[in-house]
Design a protein around this ligand. Sequence first.
Ligand code: OSB
Ligand code: MG
Length: 381
Amino acid sequence: MNSLTIKEVVLHHVNVALIAPFTTSFGTMEHKDVCLVEVIDESGISGWGETVTSNEPYYNEETTFTTVYMLKEFLIPRLIHQQINHPAEVHDMLQFVRRNNIAKAALETAIWDAFAKKNNQSIAELLGGTKKEIEVGKSIGIQQSPAVLVEKVRQYAAEGFRKIKVKIKPGADIDYIDAVRAEFPDIALMADANSAYTLADVDHLKKLDQYKLLMIEQPLAHDDIIDHATLQKTLETPVCLDESIHSLEDARKAIELGSCQIINIKIGRVGGLYESKRIHDLCAEHNIPVWCGGMLETGVGRAHNIQLTAIHNFTIPGDTAPSSHYWSEDIVTPEITMNNGVIHVPSEIGIGYEVDREKLAKVLVRTEKITTAETPHPIPS
Ligand code: OSB
Ligand code: MG
């Protein structure tokens, strides 16, 4: 395979309005300020990645600002002008920086894209993914009332989504799920709490068991795998971990402890495609199904999610809804569309979609070019 040497990195800061606000237990998002990372190799090939952050550290500790800082001061200087034989090497090359996984993933995924293009393959092919289509679910934010939620679910179920995920929090949980189940007894339904509960809520959470949910996602603290194991012992509903899993090691420990029966893999949260694939493989060995979560990505991050989901153990529909569910106009072409609940995995090389520079210009705030490894910090080689 052809190796890759990064000549230049362009950071495209964009601000895009969501078509509708999205509310979780930790807050409401109305727009996304993200940084698109374009790595350009010596032969002029561009690869794209996205910081899947927002401006507030409410999902995890990173923000768009911190990802840009880490990229400029540490991560890009470590890799620029270095020969990269395979993108699977990048994860370890960036491990001298503790955590900051979303920042690392933005750069690592861009390198997978450039490397795949250079070697005339899709990222899915490089990862060993063979699915031609992926099943898609819809994540619905917290609504004003159970009745409003029921109407949303009606609309999305009619559009063909293969899984409906409902965000919950204390005060907006049992009544909401009850109303949806009463109206749709058979749909594939799950709840995501984004860490809004504690073990003191066990009896309350046990009320969810009667609704035959596919799973409850991240009910307890963002950094916990111990209490989740205790909770899973008393709940019939499978527990799925999102926020708590940052690495293969975290996944191994959670599986050993029985903290979950399902894992939501987000490329950003685990630091890239290489770690995502390793977590996928470990879960496959342990009969733990996985699915690909979403972070309200633009087309760039969404394209990476689609490529990853082409691997076989992504058996549960992901949160990768089509572009039109987030943006009035996405920045990739073709737009990412869904047909009867499935997205076709593109056969084109790299991420499978083109970044449309005209559309990008409409949401661009500023760009920064990095061409040297200069940084005030000592960087290990
Ligand atoms: O917990 O999965 C989550 C969005 C932002 C932050 C966290 C989460 C989410 C979603 C949205 O659920 C999924 C999507 O449609 O991208
Ligand atoms: Mg989640």
